[in-house]
Design a protein. Structure first.
Length: 140
């Protein structure tokens, strides 16, 4: 029969071995993802990123490549994936802030854009109406 101290030592050894295996799997998965990303041409071009005035770096810059990121839409709750190509476009072409991530699915983004556009139109019509009234009364 084993003592509690011996049993605890066995359990600790098993936990450490499992943690080492899991760490090795994560490293190999990251390496494979990096090779896939490099093969797809999704490497980060640091020179094309917008300046971010921060002491830290986002994960994708440290990694050196873009990786697909799952997210949940804040409006409809639908599970989506922000693809590496979309990230490359957002950060390097559109010059989006490097600490932002996707929050809305495509459908909800379109709906939000239309809502904002309509609100802007209504506001501008109100301002124009007020200016016309002001000009008609001749008040200065």
């Amino acid at each position: 029969m084993k003592s509690g101290k011996q049993r605890r030592a066995e359990l600790d050894a098993k936990r450490q071995a499992r943690a080492a295996r899991e760490a090795a799997e994560v490293v190999s998965a990251a390496r494979e993802a990096g090779e896939r990303a490099a093969a797809l041409g999704m490497a980060v071009n640091r020179a094309a990123l917008a300046p971010h005035n921060s002491y830290g770096e986002p994960d994708f810059v440290t990694r050196g490549f873009y990786a697909d990121e799952p997210f949940e839409c804040v409006d409809c709750g639908k599970a989506e994936v922000w693809r590496a190509g979309q990230q490359k476009w957002w950060y390097e072409v559109a010059k989006g802030d490097v600490f932002t991530t996707a929050r809305r699915c495509r459908e909800c983004r379109r709906r939000e854009r239309a809502r904002r556009s309509e609100a802007r139109r209504v506001h501008q019509e109100g301002v124009a109406r007020k200016q016309r009234r002001h000009a008609e009364t001749g008040a200065e």
